[in-house]
Design a protein around this ligand. Structure first.
Ligand code: EPU
Length: 313
């Protein structure tokens, strides 16, 4: 049992009851979270993570809610919003310190303005640095781990600093499961004027390409599935879905985007249940046509008790 009075002794931030997750996810989908904690600063964020971990109480950390599907029945586990508590970054020469709640887009723009290279291609990825580090986010050949020095995490109730070589990283995957990301440091590369102008052009082209090829103006959760590695080559899940003719397929108010088939868009009042049905159909069609099992890139939250067949395989 979670006791708010007891929590108050360890955690300083606001504790809210019954918070609609549709207002806190980019998909604009999801029932109420029973309770939400908003730590006030970095120390409070660390104290909150340690409090739950020491009690062996599972909890959910949400940054921008940009890569998640929350069930229509909401969340029974406590939800911690770190965005405000972990929002600082500092650029010192080539070194960049940033906390997990920092918006990735903001960090990408700021580092590039300092003539630093290493994060400029991540500009269009929605979400916070913490989320990006947890899933080894990347775009246009750059990955967030490429330039990392260390991360600060809370795991097993203790704060720890891990160097890059101590962390196992795979394509869109890391070893972190129950750990909470707090902050990270990167060493970026200094760009001379000529390379800066070149990178600026590439970056603008990529942003334009993304705007043209992704449904950024409609509520969505980014790419639904991971791309697939076949014979050491990365194959676009979007392309595989597109080849099955699924663009525009609707269940309720959820639709496979007409622009990019690896996006599902919320046409207004989509339910998580509609999205789950679409995911099942897409997986089945891609399996039948391409003999490929698509794995989810988004995180499903609040589905544990709903007897939903495993969608991740
Ligand atoms: N394509 C199609 N039909 C589609 C979508 C794509 O034919 O509906 C084709 C494109 O024409 C292109 C190829 O597939 O030839 C690759 O498409 P794209 O450049 O859009 O890249 P992607 O592999 O589909 C990945 C990331 C995106 C990221 C883009 C750009 C994953 C799962 N997807 O998509 O990330 O924005 O590259 O770097 O890694 C996300 O992480 O949320 C996400 C959307």
């Amino acid at each position: 049992m979670i006791s708010i009075e007891e929590m108050r002794q360890s955690v300083k931030g606001e504790i809210l009851i019954g918070v609609p997750m549709s207002e806190h996810t980019s998909f604009k989908i999801g029932g109420n979270a029973d309770f939400v904690i908003k730590p006030i600063d970095k120390d409070d964020a660390i104290a909150t993570a340690r409090y739950f971990q020491k009690k062996n109480q599972p909890f959910i950390v949400l940054g921008k809610g940009s890569n998640v599907l929350v069930s229509d029945y909401g969340l029974r586990l406590p939800v911690v919003f770190f965005e405000e508590a972990l929002s600082k970054y500092e650029i010192n020469g080539r070194n960049v310190y940033a906390e997990a709640g920092v918006d990735l887009q903001r960090l990408s723009v700021a580092t590039f303005k300092h003539n630093l290279s290493g994060m400029e291609m991540l500009a269009g990825i929605p979400g916070s640095l913490g989320g990006a580090l947890l899933m080894n986010a990347g775009a246009y050949g750059q990955e967030i781990y490429d330039t990392l020095n260390w991360v600060e995490i809370v795991g097993g109730g203790e704060k720890r600093k891990l160097k890059k070589k101590e962390i196992k990283i795979k394509y869109r995957e890391t070893e972190f499961k129950d750990e909470v990301l707090i902050a990270a440091e990167f060493s970026l590369n200094k760009l001379d004027d000529k390379s800066y102008e070149f990178q600026k052009k590439v970056r603008e082209e990529n942003l334009t390409k993304r705007r043209e090829s992704q449904p950024l103006s409609m509520p969505n959760a980014g790419c639904i599935f991971k791309n697939v590695i076949i014979d050491d080559e990365i194959v676009s899940a979007g392309r595989l879905i597109d080849q099955c003719g699924l663009k525009g397929l609707k269940v309720g108010q959820a639709m496979v985007s007409e622009k990019h088939a690896n996006f599902i868009v919320n046409l207004g009042k989509a339910k998580a249940d509609d999205v789950v049905k679409l995911i099942r159909t897409i997986k089945a069609k891609v399996k039948a046509q391409h003999q490929v099992s698509l794995a989810l890139e988004i995180k499903m939250m609040g589905f544990e008790d709903l007897n939903i067949q495993n969608l991740t395989g």
